[in-house]
Design a protein. Structure first.
Length: 448
């Protein structure tokens, strides 16, 4: 009998449904862990806010806020490491069907198997991260005195603890990225749970005798325990070539991640600049609620991105191994974003009262509703930008254009919080439309 190629599944067939379901299953443990971490963070602040003197709690909050400033470069480290691991999987030898699933290579039966790191890839990536962060760590230790004065901290140690925490968290971000790139989401979820448990327990216990220093020590030890847990999974070697974390890839990833950060936060800073006190306070409160919605979609995106990398061919001009990966990512990342946005939009007054009380000016509820929907739609911008980054396209930098559009629009229309929200929403619609058109064309045309 003559050999005939197997028919390609139709869009919307069981393969597409299985793909989306499989991605949701892989992302599930991380989503649960991030939810637990978010709730635990609220408990952590609630307990310390009641047990520490107001001045000490303010100092703790300022140090923790300083630590969040490094969230963007740490996210870039995790994303670049996930790509490194996923690239190793997509260039590995495929099974007889020539197709790969979301979690690795596929054999003749269509069953997927996990792709592990080969050679010294994991150790090399962790070592490079340490070399990159070591000078910054030393600089932070040297600057601990001035940092203490700027943040009005009671102890040099409180400022100095930022340095080792950064070193540990950065290395942990790399390890998590490597694990996500090889579909070990359960291990990544465990690292979040380990870190959260120790921080909530040890941090609160040490805060009683040591105050701010004890809480920060508990936070650092929690991150260290999570790093040790992740390293155990990354450290083993398997046969194969060693892949290295390239500085060029890290720089490009940082540019994309920073662009997404600017796109989703520039309106908040501009509102603070243009609006008077009460109005800017209302906008910041409403925007903060909206940004919180993005926590779960960001966790899902960290799992979906390596699948997008694996889905796009390593060699230009080839057909994607899993063309439906973009649709699956849009569903899995967008679903929690839309659910959170609709939940907040349905009861903005209740959310405001629970978080901030009932002292905001009239119109704040409508502002919360609009900014929640804007935040929910921003998750789709993130998916499309990551899809462009997965195929090494400059389209991934479009959020920078969107951020510039927000600056221009808000500079013209900033008479009220709602005017700023409308300008931000208009820039979002244009950016999302451009990304959807370009990425939709790239992924759909490659399927033919």
């Amino acid at each position: 009998m003559p050999h005939t190629a197997p028919a390609r599944p139709r869009a919307g067939s069981g393969v597409q449904r299985w793909t989306t379901r499989r991605l949701a299953t892989v992302a599930g443990p991380v989503l649960v862990a991030i939810t637990v971490q978010s709730v635990a963070n609220l408990v952590f602040h609630a307990v310390l806010g009641r047990s520490l003197p107001a001045a000490d709690y303010g100092a703790l909050g300022s140090v923790l806020a300083a630590m969040t400033l490094v969230a963007v470069p740490l996210t870039a480290l995790q994303t670049a490491s996930a790509r490194l691991a996923a690239d190793g999987g997509r260039t590995a030898q495929t099974g007889q069907t020539g197709q790969t699933g979301l979690t690795g290579q596929t054999g003749q039966t269509g069953q997927t198997r996990q792709t592990d790191l080969t050679g010294h890839t994991g150790r090399s990536a962790l070592a490079r991260t340490l070399r990159l962060l070591a000078p910054i760590t030393v600089l932070l230790i040297v600057a601990a005195g001035p940092l203490r004065d700027v943040l009005h901290l009671g102890s040099w140690w409180d400022a100095a603890l930022v340095a080792p925490t950064l070193l540990i968290s950065g290395t942990l971000a790399t390890a998590r990225g490597l694990l996500l790139g090889t579909s070990r989401s359960r291990t990544v979820a465990n690292t979040y749970l380990v870190s959260t448990t120790i921080r909530l327990g040890l941090g609160v216990v040490l805060a009683a005798p040591l105050g701010v220093t004890g809480a920060l020590i508990g936070t650092a030890i929690g991150e260290l325990a999570a790093l040790l847990h992740a390293t155990q999974a990354v450290w083993p070697e398997t046969p194969g070539p060693t892949r290295h974390l390239a500085l060029g890839d890290l720089a490009r990833t940082t540019a994309v991640v920073t662009g997404l950060f600017a796109f989703t936060t520039v309106d908040l800073f501009l509102a603070r600049h243009h609006l008077p006190g009460d109005a800017s306070g209302a906008y910041v409160a409403a925007a903060t609620i909206g940004k919180t919605i993005l926590a779960l979609p960001a966790a899902a995106m960290s799992v979906a991105y390596p699948r997008l990398v694996s889905a796009w061919p390593a060699t230009p001009g080839q057909r994607p191994r899993q063309p439906s990966a973009l649709r699956s990512a849009l569903v899995v990342v967008g679903a929690p974003a839309l659910a959170g946005a609709l939940l907040v939009a349905s009861a903005p007054g209740l959310v405001l009262t629970l978080l901030y009380g009932s002292t905001f000016p009239p119109g704040t509820e409508s502002l919360v509703r609009v900014l929640a929907l804007v935040a929910g739609a921003s998750a789709f911008v993130s998916v499309l930008a990551h899809a462009a980054m997965a195929r090494s396209s400059r389209v991934a930098l479009l959020p920078w254009v969107g951020a510039a559009g927000q600056v221009a629009a808000i500079s013209l229309w900033h008479s009220s919080p709602m005017a700023i929200a409308a300008a931000s929403g208009a820039a979002l619609v244009v950016t999302l439309a451009l990304l959807a058109a370009l990425e939709g064309r790239a992924w759909s045309s490659a399927r033919r």
